[in-house]
Design a protein around this ligand. Structure first.
Ligand SMILES: Nc1ncnc2c1ncn2[C@H]1C[C@H](O)[C@@H](COP(=O)(O)OP(=O)(O)OP(=O)(O)O)O1
Ligand SMILES: [Mg+2]
Ligand SMILES: [Zn+2]
Length: 576
């Protein structure tokens, strides 16, 4: 009943309506709008906001708790840096890596925004000064960067924050890479679990959690851990329309992927900047040396290098003195180079989330860039034994394998599913290899029966077969006794691998791990769907690329696969 509403309540209601209007129609003015615009131009030297930035900033400025999910390189930092400049007091920024912190401090210094940091390598004098200035109303700094460890371990810091809070000087809390809170995220950091203390101690300070990769359930988890009662979640679209996605097959017999990569770099990406991601530190060294041997200006980068060497490689690459960094995932967070024209994965990533983030280092300047992954059969099992102990590690790996193997759907739509988005194939605009080519559907039922029989036979003999052993057995390379009992194939190695991978993904085969104190072995066993093959009418199909469509982009290995698939004259070949 309207007459029951007091004048004050009416005022609040009006204020809420206006706030909502302002948020959804950001051109309407807030009291801070002019100052924002001015600082965006004068301090940050940017002309316009990118999608969602203004909305996020307005929400945070009006005191709301917010989770901002925005792809890498889209400009999440501005969403707390600009409000920090436009607010009284300072913004506390929690960052997982000291290197990220240093990059930001360097950047802020270059635009004359005062910022300080506290981390394990801060000197005593520096820490003392920062702690004293936190409660000083004349203190100049607008942002205070800390590692989560500091919040968890430094009582002194917490008590100074408390004082600053009471004095109204703690204007905002930003938790960068907020997915690190959750064990379900891909970069869980135990100290992030303790950050709930911030919202419990400082309930009136708006908190802004930022991440590039978080699913709905990860965010729910983060919300609980950070004790944020009702955050608003803003999610920017993950569709990076300027990135071209492509998968190339990697031959397990002869690893000529490095030759392929060097040819690409020297021709298609001549004089352009890029990254080649590899599986291990050893691979970083060898692939880098191989590329150098082929005349590519490349350098390795991995966690085991000393810090000076790492930052030297980073610096030289950032200033285009090195064309390509051959890196493990250690070269990741905080790599912010605008003109990266290619990100090539020499080995698949361990999940789609990882792949999206790593490949997302390309094309930050919104100009076209390529993301190419080399997909090798053996790599699946190399990574599999590594992630087997991780929470849902296996499942995540299979989604990456599915991304590479499946040519049923646009590559982007496979990525979209992971971010709970829907991008239709038209939205791709032929910016992935699947959308650029035609495919044929081949019937692989008989092949599936042959493979299943091999695995079944091994089982009955109490023998365990690695994927390599299954491949070889089917190709007729096993012991003569077994050869007599099974149906071998004349398909090529790559075709055999493609079919076994497909059977694994479709559940006709499944993984069987065996652990020793020193290593983990990966074997194949029958999957839940294997019994269906006993049914006469059951059939399995697989999509393959059609030949001769675009000789420039279809690699030779892929062509041979299709050629012999056709020669084999499968039961049914239908065109799509
Ligand atoms: N409105 C804008 N207009 C032009 N450039 C912008 C704008 N906002 C940000 N940028 C630039 C600044 C940086 O060089 C670059 C990336 O911003 P940054 O905040 O580091 O990304 P991010 O935090 O979303 O990515 P990551 O997930 O990798 O940390 O974008
Ligand atoms: Mg960032
Ligand atoms: Zn596509």
């Amino acid at each position: 009943n309207i007459s029951d509403i007091s004048f004050q309540e009416l005022n609040i209601l009006l204020y809420c309506i206006l706030t909502c209007l302002n948020v959804f129609f950001p051109n309407l003015d807030f009291s801070w709008s002019t100052e924002l615009e001015q600082n965006l131009k004068d301090v940050f030297q940017l002309s316009t906001f990118r999608p969602l930035q203004l909305k996020a900033i307005n929400l945070s400025m009006s005191g709301k708790d917010l989770f901002l999910v925005m792809p890498t390189g889209r400009g999440k930092s501005l969403c707390y840096q600009l409000p920090a400049v436009c607010s009284e007091g300072f913004t506390l920024v929690v960052t997982p890596l000291v290197s990220l912190m240093e990059d930001q401090l360097m950047y802020l210094k270059s635009i004359d925004v005062e910022a300080v940091s506290l981390n394990a390598s801060s000197s005593k004098e520096h820490a003392k000064m920062v702690l004293a200035e936190m409660t000083d109303s004349k203190a100049p700094f607008k942002l205070l960067y800390v590692t989560p460890e500091k919040i968890a371990k430094s009582k002194l810091l917490m008590s100074r924050l408390e004082k600053a809070y009471n004095a109204g000087r703690l204007s905002r809390i930003a938790v960068d890479e907020v997915h690190c809170c959750s064990q379900w995220g891909h970069d869980f950091r135990p100290d992030y679990k303790l950050l709930g203390i911030l919202k419990r101690q400082f309930p009136k300070v708006p908190l802004l959690g930022l991440t590039a990769t978080a699913t709905g359930s990860v965010l729910k988890d983060c919300q609980k851990i950070l004790c944020v009662p009702e955050p608003i979640t803003l999610t920017a679209s993950f569709n990076r329309t300027n990135l071209y996605y492509e998968v190339r097959l990697k031959d397990s017999n002869s690893d000529d992927s490095v030759s392929d990569i060097s040819a690409l770099i020297k021709e298609r990406y001549k004089d352009q900047s890029g990254i080649v991601y590899v599986f291990s530190q050893k691979d970083a060294e060898t692939v880098s040396a191989d590329l150098q041997g082929k005349g590519v200006n490349a350098s390795p980068y991995h966690a085991n290098m000393n810090p000076e060497d790492k930052s030297q490689v980073h610096r030289k690459w950032a200033t285009n003195k090195i064309q390509v960094v051959v890196a493990t995932v250690a070269f990741g967070m905080g790599i912010d180079k605008a003109d990266v024209r290619f990100v090539i994965h020499h080995t698949i990533s361990k999940s789609i989330e990882n792949y999206y983030q790593e490949s997302g280092r390309a094309g930050r300047d919104d100009k076209p860039a390529d993301c190419i992954v080399y997909f090798g059969f053996n790599d699946i099992f190399r990574i599999s034994t590594m992630v087997v102990m991780e929470n849902v590690g296996q499942q995540k790996l299979l989604t990456m394998v599915d991304y590479c193997q499946n040519v049923d759907r646009c590559r982007r739509s496979v990525i979209a599913v992971h971010f709970d988005e829907v991008w239709d194939d038209e939205g791709c605009n032929e910016m992935c290899d699947v959308c650029r080519h035609d495919y044929i559907t081949v019937d692989i039922t008989q092949h599936a029966k042959d493979v299943v029989q091999i695995v079944e036979l091994a089982g009955s003999l109490d023998e365990k077969l690695t994927p390599l052993k299954v491949t070889e057995a089917w190709m007729g390379k096993g012991p003569a006794k077994r050869r007599k009992m099974i149906q071998t194939t004349t398909l090529s190695r790559l075709e055999v691998e493609a079919i076994i991978t497909s059977l694994l993904l479709q559940g006709y085969l499944s993984e069987d791990f065996s652990f020793t104190p020193y290593t983990t072995y990966f074997y194949l066993k029958l999957g839940g769907k294997a019994p269906l093959l006993k049914n006469q009418s059951h059939s399995i199909t697989m999509k393959m690329r059609r030949t001769g469509l675009d000789a420039n982009t279809v690699s030779t290995t892929q062509q041979t696969v299709q050629e012999s698939f056709r020669q084999e004259a499968f039961g049914c070949i239908s065109r799509d």
